[in-house]
Design a protein around this ligand. Structure first.
Ligand SMILES: O=c1nc[nH]c2cc3[nH]c(NCCN4CCCCC4)nc3cc12
Length: 375
């Protein structure tokens, strides 16, 4: 079976399970481990494609659920697909919609066939099935499509999670069957199983018995303590094929990106950096810095003295605070640009540390400087 997306292993870190690799797609190659900026509604909020390229972002996310509701996948198909519609000629991954249905809409009813729900925008009654999720993503023309799944809530009873993962496995098979498998699109499956090792094993066995080009770990970053997420990774990652991309969904804090990379994850995504930027919270080499706070009113130094991004080279904390307080859009653009650049730079340093077989040392140094040992 030809896959449009392939994984090239480059090196495994001698200190940990981390690995250097490349994900090859029809819209370019991604050095891994990598962080993927989220562009939910066909835009990474306040960023232009040129600015994303400037920081060497190779792949972004968009959301099947949101684009299905607005402007509709048929309109985007008519526009020539999502790459053309949003003027982004690098790679795009679309989440399948399952997570958004559960996190955004109410009146949802899960059946074997699919999920009935109300639009969070109009209140209209809508329905998404594995087949419809594939139809939408085919219309969008994303390079990486995600199988339609249910992300079990946290906490959830063992019996509920077991029934849910078994349905997700049946849905994944239906996605594979219905996916017209155009030469330039690849479908990743999503491993579920909650916080239960036996269920993670069952889900991984179900899905790896089917030939997907890549596998994601879902059902995490849903409110569980971080140590629990790392435990799940410790026993789930080894169940995933070593010759295919491993994608941890919804994870994007600096510590979790490092810990996930140590455990062999290749791809991450999260709205965190762009979301917190819009309320004036930034990620800096000295830890989180809430630049809208009064203490920065007369601070004419750069946001992060160790960062060489456009924001840190040209503007002061005082100016950023003024813009955010004055609700000036340019302020949101500057903090967003910095946060995304910070994570792109962090992942570049993670890849270098893997190359130098020193990722565990890098983690200790980063945690020390970022102030992560005292929380
Ligand atoms: O199991 C999943 N299947 C499909 N998509 C997913 C997306 C996810 N996103 C998250 N977590 C996002 C957490 N994020 C943190 C920053 C604030 C907004 C929420 N878990 C996920 C699980 C899944």
């Amino acid at each position: 079976m030809t896959a449009a997306v392939t994984y090239e292993a480059i090196k495994t870190c001698k200190q940990s399970g981390a690995r250097l690799g490349r994900v090859h797609t029809p819209h370019g190659t991604i050095e891994t481990p990598t962080f993927m900026p989220v562009g939910t509604q066909a835009t990474v909020k306040t960023m232009s494609p040129e600015e994303l390229k400037e920081m060497d972002a190779r792949i972004i996310l968009s959301n099947t659920y949101h684009l299905f509701l607005r402007p509709g996948h048929e309109l985007i198909r008519e526009a020539g697909g999502l790459h053309k519609f949003m003027n982004w000629d690098r790679a795009i991954l679309t989440d399948s919609g399952g997570f958004q249905v559960f996190s955004l809409s109410d009146m949802r009813k899960i059946t074997e066939e699919g999920v009935h729900f109300r639009s969070h925008l109009s209140g209209d009654k809508l329905f998404i099935s594995p087949e419809i999720a594939m139809e939408i993503q085919n219309a969008l023309g994303s390079d990486i499509m995600m199988a339609f799944d249910e992300c079990a809530p946290f906490p959830a009873e063992h019996d509920y999670v077991k029934k849910s993962l078994e349905r997700t496995s049946r849905w994944a098979e239906r996605c594979l069957e219905s996916h017209t498998r155009p030469a330039d699109q690849s479908l990743f499956a999503i491993i579920q199983g909650g916080m239960y090792e036996d269920l993670r094993r069952q889900s991984a066995a179900d899905l790896t018995s089917l030939d997907f080009p890549g596998y994601a770990i879902g059902g995490l970053s849903v409110g569980e303590p971080k140590h629990l997420m790392y435990d799940v990774l410790d026993y789930t990652v080894p169940l995933m094929p070593a010759n295919k991309p491993r994608y941890l969904m919804g994870v994007g804090s600096p510590d979790a990106l490092i810990e996930g990379s140590i455990r062999g994850i290749d791809m991450f995504d999260c709205v965190l950096p762009t979301r917190i930027a819009r309320n004036g919270t930034t990620m800096t080499s000295q830890g989180r810095l809430v630049v809208r706070n009064a203490q920065y009113a007369n601070d004419f130094g750069p946001l992060d003295p160790e960062c060489d991004c456009y924001t840190c080279r040209n503007y002061s904390r005082a100016y950023l605070r003024h813009l955010i307080k004055a609700d000036e859009t340019f302020g949101l653009r500057l903090t967003t640009y910095h946060n995304l650049y910070f994570l792109q730079n962090l992942m570049k340093n993670v890849r270098q540390a893997i190359m130098d077989d020193r990722l565990l040392d890098f983690r200790d140094e980063f945690f020390e400087q970022y102030g992560l040992f005292n929380n």
